[in-house]
Design a protein around this ligand. Structure first.
Ligand SMILES: Cc1ncc(COP(=O)(O)O)c(C=O)c1O
Length: 354
């Protein structure tokens, strides 16, 4: 039996249509600019995000790193959230490889960086002791806080602040199409206010590999050199780009299904004694926890679910889980998961009553 894998949307595998497109992709040497499928993908990503150009990169981490290295010089400061993926989970690449100095500020419960906090963090360059603030790095949706989307209004107010101080904005939009779907807006409303955006093809959009970095022609020209420097220039990469085209054309339009399934999961779990939903469910992630009435912690429940039901969940704290819906998780699968967790929790409560 296939496992039911809710650890992340990164576990999603390519659709049958993607596999056919990959097998038949027209390819060339992309470092020479000769791969027609990759060129088509880059045009499409630029068009969808309303930017002049885009670049296919190996991963979200690489896309963010290239963006930061393109925008900043060694010693420049980047303001970002203390809960930002780039700060927490990207191996300190911007500091290690670019000499970019991170300045972290709190992420608010609604996922935003407070504009007054940003203002207070911007350095006074008339004081020669200070590094130069160059870049604001913002995550939309904000993953660690429930994959919560940041609104177009917020993005525009961030732009206005950055314009006041001559700062650049890079958006880690790994799941920006989920954000736009949840907000009911065109993704361009979220991307227009930023100088560059990275989004992933390989998460909820189901492509096997790859992310897109989008921005101005000039920014992408410089980013392409940095991608090469990092060893990210790829050859007949149209094989992967073919799946990316389907990811953008077809998979971005169905994400509301994943969001509905996440809400279905949260509603189901909410009705189980001992389980608590920790964060509002706005996109495809459900954060939940086990209260003290249950005699097992997250590792205990995870192990039982894996062993007895072949269900996989991601542990994010001693009694806390994250479950992520995606294309391969259907409504019926969600019900199976809820029933399995109910069975485990009820067994405990019934056992106590005896
Ligand atoms: C918000 C966010 N940004 C960036 C990344 C990095 O993407 P990748 O795993 O493709 O390097 C992730 C990965 O999960 C993510 O969740």
């Amino acid at each position: 039996m296939d496992s039911i894998d809710l650890r992340s949307d990164t576990v999603s595998w390519p659709t049958a249509e993607m596999r056919v497109a990959m097998a038949n992709a027209e390819v060339g040497d992309d470092v020479w600019g000769d791969d027609p499928t990759t060129l088509r993908l880059e045009e499409l990503a630029a068009e969808r995000t309303g930017k002049e150009a885009s670049l296919f990169v190996a991963s979200g981490t690489m896309g963010n790193l290239i963006a930061i290295l393109t925008h900043c010089k060694p010693g420049d400061e980047m303001i970002t959230g203390r809960r930002a993926h780039t700060f927490l989970h990207e191996v300190g690449g911007a500091a290690a490889l670019g000499g970019v100095h991170p300045c972290t500020i709190p992420v608010q419960p609604d996922g935003v960086l407070d504009l007054d906090d940003i203002r207070a963090a911007i350095r006074d360059i008339s004081d020669m002791h200070n590094p130069i603030t160059r870049l604001i790095e913002i995550e939309n949706p904000q993953g660690d806080l429930g994959s919560i989307p940041l609104s177009p209004d917020y993005m525009r107010s961030l732009r206005a602040l950055c314009d006041e101080y001559g700062l650049l904005i890079h958006m880690d939009g790994a799941r920006v199409f989920n954000a736009a779907t949840a907000l009911g807006c065109d993704v361009r409303e979220l991307t227009a206010p930023v100088d560059s955006v990275m989004f992933c093809l390989s998460k909820g959009l189901c492509a096997p590999i790859g992310s897109m970095l989008c921005g101005s022609e000039e920014f992408i020209r410089r980013a392409r050199r940095i991608r090469k420097m990092l060893g990210g220039g790829m050859r007949q990469v149209g094989i992967l780009a073919a799946a990316g085209i389907i990811a953008i054309e077809k998979m971005t339009t169905r994400l509301d299904e994943d969001h509905a399934n996440a809400r279905r999961l949260a509603d189901g779990l909410d009705g189980i004694e001992g389980i608590q939903i920790d964060l509002p469910v706005e996109t495809n992630m459900v954060f939940f926890s086990l209260d003290e009435t249950l005699p097992f912690d997250a590792v205990g429940l995870r192990d039982r679910l894996e062993k007895d039901y072949n269900i996989k969940l991601c542990i994010v704290g001693e009694r806390h889980f994250r479950a992520v819906t995606h294309y391969w998780i259907k409504a019926q699968t969600v019900d199976t998961v809820v029933e399995a967790i109910r069975e485990q929790c009820n067994a405990v409560h019934q056992g106590r009553g005896q």
